[in-house]
Design a protein around this ligand. Structure first.
Ligand code: UFG
Length: 326
């Protein structure tokens, strides 16, 4: 049985579906602070908080867990700067508890949701795994700390792990069973849809004076279904050889500017996006594009939904299903 923490969240729910389609039995653990009950697709569900060791002990005592995919975390850059303690508490304390319980039960396969935020504002593009890691926010720091802890735990305790550094997760399950539903929403694509649907007055474009061709920030948008497939591959790799400790970037290797995303969204929806150009959002690097060569070579991972059109149109289909117009 595979334990998926945060399995009722965005990437966790898509990955749960992918695991089940590959024949894995899935136990979802979620505290529903961010996740949604109707998006918990595991064969089994346990509701609880990873900061509670007694809860974790109960879960690992009751289920024959072979491996853990750990999505549960707080992941908003801005919030991590105003509430660092909350990020240390959930991301560090929660994860260290989880690893301690895994050790106590002899479970040695762990896949960590990591992030491009570990690189901070990198000078090299596309970014390889070896690029300097100088996070510029608490969120990125917590994930970088955990990656380091996993190296120590492998050497000291034989804990096997794969850290997956997502770039900009986007899109939705092509069968529209799940997708993005954050409260509050801070991500570009769903906010564009909110503006199109009149749920907000306009989308604020955060700065058009960046050193990029059209002046807006460039990001590497990667389809959530492709991210899910990378998790299945990482898990299989650990099931074959549990003593590894590796990290992989997950992106398409293609950068798209905010203006380009807006254009694709207008085309996919056939609707104009009410727009206002605002100042830069603090902490936004001008360009983040992944080299995912290592994931392709070592995991055999090839993104199949890399087109921005595909990403935006699956996201739109999910959005209108999840948030029907009044
Ligand atoms: N943007 C806007 N207006 C908005 C929202 C976003 O112009 O209302 C722009 C941002 O400035 C950025 C781009 O759209 O240039 C994408 O922004 P998102 O908030 O969707 O995503 P980020 O690139 O900020 O965040 C992603 C991941 C984080 C990760 C971070 C690393 O979601 O988990 O990359 O920098 F930490």
């Amino acid at each position: 049985m595979i334990l998926v923490t945060g399995g009722a969240g965005y990437i966790g729910s898509v990955t749960t579906l992918a695991l089940k389609e590959e024949g894995f039995e899935v136990l979802v653990v979620d505290d529903f602070s961010k996740g949604h009950r109707d998006l918990a697709f595991g064969d089994r569900l346990e509701e609880g908080d990873l900061r509670d060791p007694a809860f974790l002990e109960g879960v690992f005592s009751r289920y024959p867990v072979e491996g853990v995919l750990h999505f549960a975390a707080r992941s908003l850059v801005g919030e991590s700067m105003s509430d660092p303690e909350g990020y240390y508490d959930v991301n560090l304390r929660g994860t260290l508890n989880l690893l301690a319980t895994m050790r106590a039960h002899g479970v040695r396969r762990f896949v960590l949701s990591s992030t491009a935020a570990v690189y901070g504002d990198p000078t090299e593009q596309p970014i390889s795994e070896e690029a300097p890691k100088v996070p510029t926010n608490t969120y990125g720091e917590t994930k970088l700390f955990l990656e380091g802890a996993l190296r120590r735990y492998r050497d000291a305790y034989g804990m096997g792990s794969v850290s997956l550094r997502y770039f900009n997760a986007a899109g939705a399950d092509p069968r529209c069973r799940t997708g993005e539903h954050h409260v509050p929403e801070t991500h570009l694509i769903p906010l564009i849809f909110d503006a199109i649907e009149g749920r907000r007055k306009h989308l604020t474009l955060f700065g058009e004076d960046y050193p990029t061709p059209d002046g807006t920030c460039i990001r590497d948008y990667v389809h959530v279904t492709d991210l899910a497939q990378a998790h299945v591959r990482a898990l299989r790799r650990l099931l074959e050889a549990p003593d590894r400790c590796e990290a992989f970037n997950l992106g398409n290797g293609d950068g798209h500017s905010v203006r380009q995303v807006l254009q694709v969204a207008e085309k996919a929806t056939g609707r104009p996006v009410p727009l206002e150009v605002g100042p830069r959002r603090s902490g936004d690097p001008s360009r983040l594009v992944a080299s995912s060569r290592k994931a392709q070579e070592v995991l055999g991972w090839v993104p199949e939904h890399g087109d921005l059109e595909d990403i935006v149109s699956t996201a739109w289909a999910w959005y209108i299903k999840r948030f029907p117009a009044d």
